[in-house]
Design a binder for this molecule. Structure first.
Ligand code: MN
Length: 741
């Protein structure tokens, strides 16, 4: 932010933006409180007068844009619009919450106060602060959900204008967005906002992949349009026949979800078959229930096209926990499986604008909505806070991402519980006392162990015994945040002593090698076992899950194994730089680090978890010993760092690489014919002179699957190699995979 008075032209533009905001508001079904909105705008405008954003535009345009998202994309009313307009006033100007309260009343003041407390990103620079901020975020959110909705709107606008931020800041912001805000938006039922947040993060994290997918979508669109037109023609005539008011639209999968699918299944764009979905939104007739009418449309549709028996999703009978209602069915249309979503106007509004519009339709129901229940769970979590900030966030994230299954109680009540939950989780979900006294469960009248993973539709009866004592092994059985938190608070003491025991044992083991627990040894060991905290490592050792004999091998392997765990050299700055400026002490954190193979100013290391090679989009993470580890931008480990230790993230970039080669793993699948492996090996080692370090091959029923560890200079080399391997007749697919496994 900086100061500079607005010009007359800018002033005109600001007024025009405000007029448009009012226009949107007047077109909404809310009561018309234009006066207070105008007052809030004038006040915010005056308060921010002369201040500009990094991009150069007058600051007030930001709160105006946030207010517009709040009305147009979330459907909230005047209180939220005013709060959005005022959301940065207390933070950035001399006005206080009391001032806001005097002028606009206590409700708006308390929302602005909540927004101010959680400003500056969810996370500050220090881990302890992060936990505190995060806790505040959740607490204010369970008091007034509008705080978090406006915060999401604020984040959405910041993501839309992210290009004016320096790269390192961008990584921190996109990390938080992917890790916290997108899941939150999804949890609150804001589907289009969630999709946009993910797409924007993806675009900044992985610009090349994004552009590539966007191009391919463009190329495929005419074909998809044709498929859609042919598919929808008979539906149109049927729906007109029975006299429904409706819209039929074509939905394209978002670039991020396409990319995610390609990554997960190791398939190219051309093999993503569910690019197209069809949505029918209709106005129900007054004398029949919405549910019945959804099924009428279902039967019309399935008279025309054959449905896939396993792919009917009925969220009309049992809405999702975030309020989503619709009937999804996948049918066979001209050789393709096509998903059709059937919704009424009301359901569509809920799906698009989430919870807010849900309230609008609520008619004096006394029962808690699923969302209220979820907020209650979160509050309970906060009553037994975890001592460790990251643990807490992980536990919370677990809850955010979880999609739900439905299970029945013996009496036939439906309960929603996260996917992957075990019988023991379910016991804790009902009540922590049931959890602590649980000895087993009957699922569909059959006895199962506590570790049984529940399936949607299971009927679950829990067996308890007064004599039962909770076991520490249970921590390995439970997957839900609620159960884990309850158990952890009980075992706190025990965990502490096991952790201590493990630490002592490790100390003694290291002593034998003349080493100690230090920044020289710990990162290697933790990296090997993929632990984020030393306490987790100590605990595992204390429990005996880790064999101490392995430690010496890990440490000695790292020492001698410098063929690819070499300490590479890297160079700071952009282009020519004064020698003195390139020393570690003077590093500008916002500067992009150039990774090259012929300078000697600094050291970096290639992360084991995702194994990036030159050409991949990468980021750097500053380790405790000030060295830098290079991860792929989308690597999960890196993602975690980005969202929780944003200040340790560095922007990095590959420069040319001709000296050092990097390990990459390619997976080749094909038909097991005589000579095919020889041909593969020939292309790799003779034509490309690429070194192979390891080969794993499995054959089964005439099909082979092979993993080749090869050394290449860059992604370009690798892509060339893959293309040429695909030319072999019996080779059916070639893809790069991430982990060493
Ligand atoms: Mn803001």
């Amino acid at each position: 932010m900086y100061q500079q008075q607005t010009t007359e032209e800018e002033e005109k533009f600001i007024q025009q933006q405000f007029e448009e905001l009012l226009e949107d508001y007047k077109n909404s079904p809310h009561r018309k409180k234009v006066e207070i909105i105008t007052k809030a705008f004038k006040f915010a405008h005056k308060a921010h007068m002369g201040t500009r954003r990094r991009s150069g535009e007058p600051y007030i345009l930001h709160p105006l844009a946030v207010a517009r998202i709040v009305i147009k994309e979330m459907g909230l009313g005047s209180t939220s619009i005013c709060s959005a307009l005022l959301h940065d006033v207390v933070e950035d100007t001399d006005y206080t919450v009391e001032d806001i309260s005097n002028l606009f009343g206590p409700k708006i003041a308390s929302i602005v106060d909540g927004l101010t407390k959680i400003s500056g990103g969810v996370f500050g620079d220090k881990a302890s602060l992060q936990a505190e901020n995060f806790r505040k975020l959740i607490l204010t959110m369970s008091e007034d959900i509008r705080v978090i909705l406006i915060k999401i709107a604020d984040r959405l606008h910041n993501m839309r204008t992210l290009s004016s931020m320096p790269p390192a800041k961008q990584h921190k912001i996109t990390g938080e967005t992917q890790y916290i805000y997108a899941p939150l938006a999804q949890r609150l039922g804001l589907f289009s906002i969630k999709t946009e947040l993910e797409d924007l993060s993806f675009r900044y994290e992985n610009p090349a992949a994004y552009a590539d997918i966007e191009r391919q979508i463009k190329e495929t669109t005419p074909l998809l349009q044709k498929t859609f037109d042919e598919f929808s023609a008979p539906i149109h005539s049927e729906l007109k026949n029975i006299g429904y008011d409706y819209t039929l639209s074509m939905r394209l999968k978002s670039p991020y979800s396409i990319w995610k699918k390609m990554q997960k299944k190791h398939i190219p764009f051309s093999e993503v078959y569910d690019l197209l979905a069809v949505r029918i939104v209709f106005t129900p007739k007054p004398n029949m229930s919405e549910k019945e009418q959804c099924w009428i449309l279902y039967s019309i549709l399935t008279n025309l096209y054959k449905p896939h028996p396993d792919r009917i999703r009925d969220w009309v009978n049992t809405p999702k926990a975030n309020g989503y209602e619709a009937l999804h069915v996948t049918v066979m249309g001209n050789g393709n499986w096509i998903e059709v979503q059937i919704r009424t106007d009301r359901m569509d509004d809920i799906a698009e604008k989430g919870l807010a519009s849900h309230w609008k339709y609520k008619t004096g129901e006394t029962e808690d909505s699923e969302l209220d229940k979820w907020l209650k769970t979160i509050k309970e979590l906060l009553e037994h806070p975890e001592p460790n900030a990251i643990d807490f966030m992980d536990t919370f994230k677990l809850n955010l991402f979880a999609s739900e299954i439905f299970v029945f109680t013996p009496k036939g009540d439906i309960k929603t519980i996260p996917q992957g939950a075990t019988a023991l989780d379910f016991a804790f979900y009902l009540h922590s006392d049931i959890g602590l006294k649980c000895i087993g469960a009957k699922v569909n009248h059959k006895l199962v162990p506590l570790s049984y993973v529940l399936q949607s539709g299971d009927q679950v009866e829990l067996l308890t015994a007064r004599s039962q004592q909770p076991q520490s092994e249970w921590l390995n059985i439970v997957t839900t945040a609620k159960a884990r938190t309850s158990l952890k608070s009980i075992f706190k003491k025990e965990i502490k002593s096991i952790t201590k025991r493990g630490e002592t044992a490790l100390e003694e083991e290291l002593k034998k090698m003349n080493l100690s627990i230090s920044s020289a040894t710990m990162p290697e060991i933790m990296n090997h076992y993929k632990f984020a905290h030393s306490d987790d490592l100590f605990y595992a050792i204390g429990r005996g899950t880790i064999d101490l004999k392995e430690i010496s091998t890990i440490l000695s392997k790292k020492k001698g194994d410098n063929r690819w765990m070499k300490i590479w050299k890297l160079q700071f700055g952009l282009g020519q730089k004064n020698e003195k400026e390139t020393t570690l002490q003077k590093v500008d954190k916002n500067k992009t680090i150039q990774l090259s193979d012929n300078s000697n100013d600094f050291s970096y290391r290639i992360a084991d978890c995702c194994q990036p090679i030159p050409g991949d989009e990468v980021i750097g993470i500053t380790e405790e010993d000030e060295s830098i580890t290079i991860h792929k931008s989308q690597c999960e480990v890196a993602m975690k760092f980005k969202s929780s230790f944003g200040n340790r993230v560095r922007a990095v970039e590959w420069t040319s690489h001709k000296v050092l080669s990097f390990e990459a793993i390619i997976e080749i699948k094909g038909i097991d014919e005589v000579g095919v492996l020889k041909e593969i090996a020939k292309i790799i080692s003779e034509e490309y002179s690429i070194n192979i370090s390891r080969i794993n091959i499995e054959t089964k029923d005439g099909i082979f699957e092979g993993r080749f560890h090869v050394y290449v200079y860059s992604t370009k080399d690798l892509n060339n190699l893959c293309m040429n391997l695909l030319k072999i007749k019996s080779v059916k697919s070639v893809s790069r995979i991430d982990s060493k496994q």
